[in-house]
Structure formats: structure tokens, C-alpha cells
Write a protein that binds this ligand. Structure first.
Ligand SMILES: Cc1cc2nc3c(=O)[nH]c(=O)nc-3n(C[C@H](O)[C@H](O)[C@H](O)COP(=O)(O)O)c2cc1C
Length: 203
């Protein structure tokens, strides 16, 4: 039963080399993002995770904000490299922005103060599960996608993104996933010995 799922896990890869095309229609992209948000778990089912799908001109608008922010944040070679990467994401088909609604986290923390120090960690876990679900589904559809954290670099950039797309100010950015039909396959990936990473005890 789990075979298809395990194969899907292996299909998901980082691919930063993307084109302005999508082999699947917008309706399917939207359905994937909605299904992943609906079915991804959250602590105590607080449903704190948020996702925003941007394509076309909206995608270009997003990455222009990131580029403007990096222009001032970085200098020299670092700036050149960062801006080249951002230009490649801007030239993709679209992006999924991931957030956690801090208002929801604050409310549950107030109700359950015993877990105060855990909720930020669990919130990060929850958004990671959602990101992985979307990333895997996109990869299964043949799209190239990657996980980027430019959006988390500065509070000012996140504020600009929220303002530009009229999103609630309580949403905290956790990652951006640029995607599009791949222009090249993913690069080779090294795997360390699995025995060092998984321990099994039977008695
Ligand atoms: C939590 C997390 C943060 C990551 N952040 C970035 C990032 O900011 N930029 C980037 O290009 N890749 C990022 N990656 C992608 C990793 O570099 C990539 O997943 C890893 O090298 C393994 O390759 P794979 O995704 O093809 O399996 C991130 C991955 C994870 C899980």
C-alpha cells in the first residue's frame, strides 16, 4: 500500500532550473495547493498553516519585491549571485508562498500555556509538512520546484509582500516555492549511509 507513496517521496527533488511554463493547468495547481493545506496536520488541529499561489504578473511582482530587498541587503558577489537566482525564480511559472498565522498560534498558546515553548517549534513543523506535501505533488506532476527562504530574510520584505497581496499582518512567512516546467533535470544527490541515520531495535 505504501509503495506508491514511497516512490513519490523519491520523485520530489530540488530543481531551481525552471521555465515560464506549466504542463498542468492553473485549476490543477490550485486544487493541489488546497488539498495539501486541507490534509496537512497541525498541532491540536489548529489549522495555522497558510499558502498563497501566485502566477504570471503576480509572480513577477513577488520576485521584484525580493530582488529590491536583496539589492540593499547584500553587496558584491553575494548580491550578484542572489539576484541571478531571484531572476531565475521570477522567470518561472509561479510560486507558492507559505505562512503560519501567528494569531492562531498566539490564541492556542494563551489557552494552553503549558506548551508555550513548544508551539513555535510545532508551527515550524506544520509548515514544513505542508511544504513537503506541495513539493511532492508538484514533482509528481513533472514540475520543477525548490524551497527558498529569501522571503524570511527581513521583516521589511515580509511586510511588503503582505501589503502587496493584501494578506493579514499576522501571517509570518516560512518559505517560498518557485516552480515551473523544468529546463533541466535535478542535479545528482549524495546520500549518506542510511544505517547512520536510522536505528532499529527489536528487543
Ligand atoms: C528546511 C529546508 C530549507 C531549505 N532552504 C533552501 C533555500 O533557502 N534555498 C535553496 O535553494 N534550497 C533550500 N533547501 C533545499 C535543500 O538544499 C535540498 O532539499 C537538499 O539539498 C536536498 O536536495 P533535494 O531537495 O533534491 O532532495 C531547503 C530544504 C529544506 C528542507
Amino acid at each position: 500500500m505504501s509503495g506508491a507513496y514511497l516512490s513519490a517521496l523519491a520523485v520530489r527533488r530540488t530543481n531551481r532550473t525552471i521555465t515560464p511554463k506549466s504542463s498542468i493547468p492553473d485549476e490543477k495547481l490550485e486544487a493541489i495547493v488546497k488539498a495539501c493545506v486541507l490534509h496537512s496536520p497541525t498541532p491540536f488541529n489548529i489549522q495555522s498553516s497558510r499558502a498563497v499561489l501566485v502566477t504570471g504578473a503576480a509572480n513577477a511582482r513577488l520576485w521584484k519585491l525580493v530582488a529590491d530587498s536583496l539589492e540593499t541587503a547584500f553587496e558584491g558577489d553575494m548580491r550578484t549571485t542572489a539576484l541571478a537566482r531571484v531572476a531565475a525564480y521570477s522567470a518561472g511559472y509561479g510560486s507558492v508562498l507559505f505562512f503560519e498565522d501567528q494569531k492562531v498560534i498566539d490564541e492556542i498558546t494563551e489557552k494552553m500555556p503549558f506548551f508555550t515553548k513548544h508551539f513555535p517549534v510545532w508551527s515550524t513543523n506544520a509548515t514544513g509538512m505542508l511544504q513537503h506535501a506541495v513539493w511532492t505533488a508538484f514533482s509528481l506532476e513533472g514540475l520543477g520546484a525548490s524551497l527558498q527562504h529569501n522571503g524570511a530574510y527581513s521583516d521589511e520584505l515580509v511586510a511588503e509582500i503582505l501589503k502587496t497581496f493584501s494578506l493579514p499582518s499576522t501571517w509570518t512567512s516560512t518559505a517560498i516555492m518557485p516552480f515551473g516546467d523544468p529546463a533541466a533535470p535535478p542535479t545528482e544527490k549524495d546520500f549518506g549511509a542510511i544505517e547512520d541515520r536510522v536505528k532499529i531495535f527489536k528487543a
